[in-house]
Write a protein that binds this ligand. Structure first.
Ligand SMILES: [Zn+2]
Length: 351
């Protein structure tokens, strides 16, 4: 029914009492985040045509498809008004198939900001040798959809992100697109996470701010949000890290608020994507090299994994459009609220 019960009314009240601070001077100026306008800015069909389709190619490290996808990510972010700084972390690594080239792509809204909210995904697809009967692995949920969601966020919120950047906020946004997440042959600590291992090491040894002597770019990461295995039906995100339970709860709260406002499709009352109270075991993924260096992690990976995981059926036909659309809305509200709320408060150690 559409009659709000008491807790829904409370949520309804909260929706309109969440304020962000947009201030470049000593006067605190409150500006509400307009949920409806955030939500209406995102466009699933645009994401599908402009970002997802170009990514649904075979794109293992060193392949032609990988080159095309890298070019797509760089040119897309390069064309935004917000003015992203886009750099590459290119290197060779030894693999079971010999030395291969890898390239991570790093897009930073404001490199001078003291702290960064990081959104990360891997753009490589798992390599399957050619004897597999001509079938090709496109890794739609793994991770073409997560990468497309991040590009769509940059596109849909381009104006807001430009405003944030121009305000000189201490908190900014950084996007990481990893190469070589997948094992080339079989998962070991050496044959996996090629890109994230390389970049975590590089960021740990790069001073931030540039003149600093005892803090690195890793110290500047406020929260590292990794998206993986998204796009299947009935996504469910459990909790791996008690240090970031509050941020998973935040996503749950946003999901409820958007639900109450009727902004989520195919999302009846009993559906819930985010489960802060559901503890799941540690999953090996691109966050590990960052986690091992003390970075706070929010790992948004569907558990259980999508049924098509690491099969040739992980393709466009088996994607669930409405949950992707809903997750785009939830993620975009999360990011804008995070950037606006965290920019006003002094960041306490370990907060
Ligand atoms: Zn995979």
């Amino acid at each position: 029914g559409n009659i709000l019960n008491m807790s829904e009314k409370l949520l309804f009240f909260q929706i309109f009492s969440i304020y962000s601070v947009c201030s470049t001077d000593k006067f605190v100026r409150h500006k509400p985040i307009e949920l409806s306008s955030v939500v209406s800015g995102t466009d699933l069909d645009r994401m599908w045509q402009k970002d997802l389709k170009p990514m649904l190619v075979v794109r293992y490290p060193g392949s032609t498809g990988s080159q095309h996808v890298q070019q797509h990510i760089k040119s897309t972010l390069g064309s935004m008004k917000a003015g992203w700084e886009v750099t590459e972390d290119a290197f060779y690594a030894h693999t079971p198939y010999g030395h291969l080239p890898f390239t991570n792509i790093i897009a930073t809204l404001n490199p001078e900001a003291k702290r960064q909210l990081v959104l990360a995904c891997h753009f490589d697809s798992k390599y399957y040798p050619p004897q597999w009967d001509g079938r090709e692995f496109f890794g739609a949920t793994d991770s073409a959809v997560p990468c497309s969601m991040i590009l769509e966020l940059a596109k849909a919120q381009d104006d807001e992100l430009k405003t944030l950047k121009d305000s000189g906020s201490d908190m900014s946004l950084q996007l990481l697109f990893f190469d070589g997440e997948e094992a080339l042959y079989q998962w070991t600590s050496e044959d996996s996470l090629y890109g994230s291992r390389h970049l975590a090491h590089k960021m740990a040894t790069t001073a931030h701010p540039p003149e600093a002597t005892n803090t690195s770019q890793l110290d500047g990461i406020d929260l590292f949000v990794l998206l993986d295995l998204i796009g299947g039906p009935n996504p469910r995100f459990g909790n791996q890290f008690s240090s970031t339970t509050r941020w998973l709860s935040r996503l749950q709260n946003i999901e409820r608020r958007l639900h109450v406002l009727g902004h989520l499709e195919n999302h009846p009352n009993e559906v819930q994507y985010f489960w802060p109270g559901l503890h799941v075991g540690l999953i090996l993924d691109d966050h590990i090299p960052f986690l091992n260096r003390g970075v706070r992690i929010l790992h948004l990976i569907s558990t259980p994994f999508p049924a098509v995981w690491h099969t040739f059926d992980d393709n466009e036909e088996n994607l669930d459009r409405t949950s992707i659309s809903n997750l785009n809305k939830i993620l975009q509200v999360f990011v804008l609220e995070y950037l606006n709320k965290r920019s006003q408060s002094p960041i306490a150690e370990g907060s």
